[in-house]
Design a protein around this ligand. Structure first.
Ligand code: MG
Ligand code: ZN
Length: 380
């Protein structure tokens, strides 16, 4: 039996050896991670970047799909994060966002509340109390679960109009995302929250008439909100192009106006949607867009020297795999299914305080680590 087996596999092995070439032939080695500034000092500013549904395989596939390099490789510090929620090993974005924003485990669907539905302050709200500037830039509707967990407190993520009301009252200095209709054409009342925001010192802009955010002139004395769509913004494939620009613009906007530093959350919201659709091209295009955004943010942080950048995910979506037969720029992928999974997600950090983001920790610890890096409690 064994002899027959050897006879059968021997030519295969021989053939493979004869034809094998290095898979990275002609590809330059990746650039090393960048040096970490101001270690041991508190960070003045913090930019948290969340890739919704961005597991380790999404990033790995993105690297190979991009000829073996993405900006992720620049981060000097990496860690792994557990994502389970209070009531489920597989989290949704509401509970995952709440864990990172507020430091508590809650049930799936809960937004900025604990397991009993009681509101818990978010790090963004605590930063505001310390007179830091705040910003949110996302590629979902602003009322969507991830951004909502930083600005709102609702028992269910589906309460989108109450979430919009909380966002309008949040005092966040720089807001970019979709979901205009939840603010100005509401089912539950006749209020126009965007008009109300104008009276609260916001410069209110939107996508109507194809006005690109790139063409908006900023009024320096005001807070800023730009609505990018009526509901969820376009995907990258179908023409969305604001995330890298708006993120850089936001960081510069907040820095120019803050003596006390700023807290900003940027979300690549649609990596998750690609996973739900089990659409590999969708996932890759959104991941690339997020990587472009990381590049802009790292450039800002490198110049600034006082900004901590933390990149992570709320959970993985799709159970993505890279299959045998994959080649550089020609990945053979498969999805377990179009839902969230419970695998740990990677964490990347750069800047003052980043050294505490290595190892394995819980998503609620991310909140505590961010607060510690900002020395938020001891700020006055
Ligand atoms: Mg999200
Ligand atoms: Zn999802």
């Amino acid at each position: 039996m064994r002899v027959i087996f050897l006879i059968l596999i021997f030519p295969v092995v021989l053939f493979n050896c004869g034809s094998s070439r290095p898979v990275m032939e002609g590809v330059e080695s990746p650039i090393q991670s960048i040096p970490n500034p101001n270690q041991g000092k508190p960070a003045k500013n913090l930019i948290l970047m969340i890739g919704d549904g961005m597991g380790l395989t999404q990033i790995t596939a993105g690297i190979y799909d991009n000829n073996n390099y993405l900006t992720f490789e620049k981060f000097p510090i990496t860690g792994l994060m557990k994502t389970h929620s209070y009531d489920n090993l597989v989290t949704d974005s509401a509970a995952g966002g709440t864990a990172m924003a507020c430091g508590v485990k809650t049930y799936n669907n809960g937004v900025g509340v604990d397991k009993d539905g009681i509101p818990v302050k978010s790090i963004l709200e605590e930063a505001e109390e310390k007179e830091m500037m705040t910003g949110i830039v996302v590629t979902s509707a602003l009322v969507n679960a991830t951004p909502a967990t930083f600005m709102a407190h609702q028992k269910l993520r589906a309460f989108t109009e109450p979430i919009a009301e909380e966002i309008a009252n949040s005092g966040v200095d720089f807001l970019v995302g979709g979901g205009k209709k939840y603010f100005d054409r509401r089912n539950s009342d006749d209020r126009n929250l965007l008009k109300e925001m104008e009276t609260k010192d916001y410069q209110v802009e939107d996508f109507i008439n194809n006005q690109r955010i790139q063409d908006v002139k900023i009024n320096p004395g005001k807070k800023f909100v730009y609505l990018t769509a009526d509901d969820d913004p376009l995907s990258k494939i179908t023409g969305r192009n604001y995330l890298p620009y708006a993120s850089k613009m936001g960081a510069e906007f907040l820095k120019a106006r803050s003596e006390n530093g700023f807290f900003m959350m940027i979300e690549g919201s649609q990596i998750d949607l690609g996973g739900h659709a089990t659409n590999f091209k969708y996932v890759m295009s959104e991941l690339q867009d997020f990587d472009e955004t990381i590049k802009e943010v790292l450039q800002f942080a490198e110049k600034d020297g006082e900004t901590l950048v933390v990149v992570t995910a709320d959970h993985e979506t799709g159970g993505l795999t890279i299959k045998e037969g994959s080649k550089l720029k020609k990945i053979k992928s498969d999805f377990a299914y179009g839902r969230h999974t419970g695998t740990m997600v990677p964490v990347f950090a750069y800047g003052p305080g980043s050294e505490n983001f290595s190892g394995i920790f819980d998503n609620t610890d991310l909140y505590r680590k961010m607060k510690a890096a900002l020395a938020l409690e001891s700020r006055n």
